[in-house]
Design a binder for this molecule. Structure first.
Ligand code: MIC
Ligand code: SF4
Length: 645
């Protein structure tokens, strides 16, 4: 078996189940993680399940996204999350500790275990040989209650790497190369399993940069072996007891659905141009582009090694006067270590701005670029508007490219800059991060849950009627991201625990009239192109649509997590049988679908009639029996409550 199959097999909820790519499987979840922006809804949902304590081996609630605290909403959310953690036995990570994915690697990840997280970049922990998957909050709530996680058994693709990276080329270039080749939908329903004799040349934080951005490829996850480098990392974090060797089966030779070979020594510095992570070119092709801002950090590139590299370069250099350089260290551990060894001073003296350890600019919480500005970021997403400035151009690159460009004031291929420094990573990392561990179960029973006035109960959702008719409220193109559906940023993020309030911002950036239109026309359909709902795991992007009355999304295809979120909130995800049919439908057309439940039961195609165009076409769906039942129940919460499953 390959490593993925080994982990899945040992976690199957039904041990007799066979692993066939494309078929639904259910696995038991060892660990969960949540972050504050998705966590409040996930725990409101967990509360609705009426269970007295969590049933996972370990669960952590991180506060890292919304740490700006521009009003009472976010601190109230943090207090709610802390009280929930205490009540149910969850470890709490307060604001300032760092970004969930970096912290999880440092403190909790265990090779061979399963991790489900309410953040799409949960797959970062694949660097530690976990089967780590991002999902919507409702799936986390259900895992916290001890229920298995259902997903489509992915195809397992083997990425075989050889040789090692040249100076100034880094792990970010490896994943950018894959994005260049395979695009943001190239990984849907796949797991990339990394092997080859080049693997020993990548340490865990480098592997984490790669597995992190597997999300941008649309992958279900990425998995690295648990080898000597993994052991060394866990040793440095004082957690070697968690290590065990896990590599693909040698004797019987592991099987894969496909093999992709990468020679690390053949790669060069790459960069993703606006406005998609797969719009990748060689840095030298756009060299000289003037820049206004450089941001270094995020869950992709803010490890100790990354920041030490940047600080070493800045030791003898200054940030260009026309550039704002902003650095957000991934965790308190990283920040404290560069403070202790004096390198933080190099960053400060060079003119850089230092932010707290959190997501910060990556999720539009501050540091928006100027109007029409160019921002170079070591992050993982550059969707239009996500930075907070509508007309900004955001590029994604490695810390190597970012720091040299910050010095030169323009996009620069760093290979000509100087000799690349070699960063020595210490044998032992200092353990400064403070988590709040829950007390014993007796005290926990007395613990009270504290809610602020912005925390509103979950809206109750009813099943869709058997016949749906109404207008198409919006017609969208390809690769619509959840940032397009429901933006984040400093204005909207504080409303994550208040569905009626946040719903007012649906499609706010790309179609400010959407909410007004749906309220006056009562539309029920959304039309979209390929890969609808790519990006974040925020289930808010599904629940707000259901809340506003949308019952059906018709798209050419769907992104994995968002499709599951739609079903979890009782929305029907349908696809065109013939993708040319997309062209004949327009915004405002009145559609009708009849006899929905009987048709689903019989697994036949649904017929939609377009009353304006006087035509009827067939639509398809690929729903499992369980998913059909969830839709009939009006969503996963109702389904669990009704069926006690
Ligand atoms: C993101 O990078 O878009 C986020 C914010 O981390 C999201 C989660 C969210 O919307 O809260 C993600 O990637 O899942
Ligand atoms: Fe935070 Fe950005 Fe990572 Fe999302 S992608 S978890 S916002 S750092």
């Amino acid at each position: 078996m390959n490593t993925t199959e080994k982990i899945i097999k040992s976690h199957l909820a039904d041990k007799s189940q066979r692993l066939v790519a494309g078929q639904e499987i259910a696995i038991n979840i060892d660990q969960t993680l949540t972050q504050d922006a998705t966590g409040t809804l996930a725990y409101l949902e967990f509360e609705a399940l009426n269970i007295d304590r969590i049933r996972t081996k370990l669960s952590v609630s991180y506060v890292d996204h919304n740490t700006l605290q521009t009003g009472f909403e976010s601190p109230d959310d943090h207090r709610y999350l802390k009280s929930i953690a205490e009540k149910y036995g969850i470890i709490f990570s307060p604001a300032g500790n760092g970004i969930c994915h970096q912290l999880h690697l440092e403190n909790f990840g265990v090779p061979g275990q399963t991790l489900l997280g309410s953040d799409s970049h949960t797959q970062t922990a694949g660097a530690l040989c976990m089967l780590a998957i991002g999902a919507g909050g409702l799936d986390i709530a259900s895992a916290l209650a001890g229920k298995p996680f259902y997903f489509i058994m992915p195809e397992v693709v083997n990425i075989v790497i050889s040789e090692k990276l040249n100076p100034w080329v880094s792990a970010k270039d490896v994943i950018l190369e894959l994005l260049r080749k395979y695009s943001v939908k190239g990984g849907v329903n796949k797991i990339f399993e990394w092997t080859g004799n080049g693997i020993k040349n990548l340490d865990v934080p480098e592997r984490a940069t790669i597995s992190n951005m597997g999300t941008e490829l649309g992958l279900t996850s990425s998995i690295f072996p648990s080898d000597e480098r993994t052991k060394k990392f866990l040793q440095s974090q004082n957690r070697v007891k968690s290590w065990k060797k896990i590599v693909p089966g040698e004797g019987e030779k592991a099987k894969y659905s496909d093999i992709i070979e990468i020679n690390l020594s053949k790669l060069e510095p790459l960069i993703a141009c606006p406005h998609s992570p797969d719009n990748v070119v060689k840095v030298r092709e756009i060299e000289g582009t003037k820049i206004d801002q450089v941001c270094i950090g995020s869950c992709t590139n803010s490890s100790y090694r990354d920041l030490m590299f940047v600080a070493t370069i800045l030791k003898d250099n200054k940030v260009h006067p026309d550039v704002e350089l902003v650095i957000s260290p991934g965790s308190k551990q990283v920040l404290s270590m560069i403070a202790e060894n004096g390198m933080l001073k190099c960053l400060l003296d060079s003119g850089a701005r230092i932010l707290e350890s959190a997501c910060g600019p990556c999720i539009g919480m501050g540091q928006a670029p100027p109007s029409g500005g160019v921002s170079l970021r070591t992050f993982n997403r550059n969707f239009s508007g996500r930075s907070g400035t509508k007309d900004a151009s955001v590029y994604l690159c490695s810390p190597e490219v970012a720091v040299v460009s910050a010095i030169n004031g323009k996009i620069t291929d760093p290979r000509k800059f100087s000799k690349a420094p070699i960063i020595k990573v210490p044998e032992k990392f200092s353990n400064v991060t403070k988590f709040i561990y829950p007390s014993n179960i007796k005290d926990r029973r007395k613990a009270e849950i504290v809610r602020g006035p912005n925390i509103k109960p979950l809206p109750e959702l009813k099943p869709l009627p058997d016949e749906i008719s109404g207008q198409i409220t919006i017609k969208l193109g390809d690769n619509i991201s959840t940032d397009d559906i429901l933006p984040a940023g400093a204005k909207i993020l504080p409303l994550r625990s208040n569905v009626p309030a946040i719903a007012e911002y649906t499609f706010y950036r790309i179609d400010p009239e959407f909410v007004k239109r749906i309220k006056t026309t009562g539309g029920v359909f959304v039309l979209s192109g390929e890969n609808y709902g790519q990006g974040s795991s925020r289930e808010h992007a599904a629940i707000v649509l259901r809340y506003l009355g949308i019952g059906v999304i018709i798209a050419k295809s769907f992104a994995r997590i968002h499709r599951a979120n739609l079903i979890n909130f009782g929305i029907l995800p349908l696809t065109f049988k013939n993708s040319d049919d997309y062209k004949v439908f327009d915004i405002g057309d009145v559609l009708r679908i009849e006899n929905i439940y009987e048709t689903l039961k019989q697994s036949s195609a649904l017929k939609v009639s377009n009353e304006d165009k006087n035509l009827a076409i067939k639509l398809q769906y690929s729903l499992t029996q369980r998913e059909k039942e969830i839709i009939s129940a009006g969503g996963l919460l109702n389904y669990i409550k009704e069926s006690k499953r």
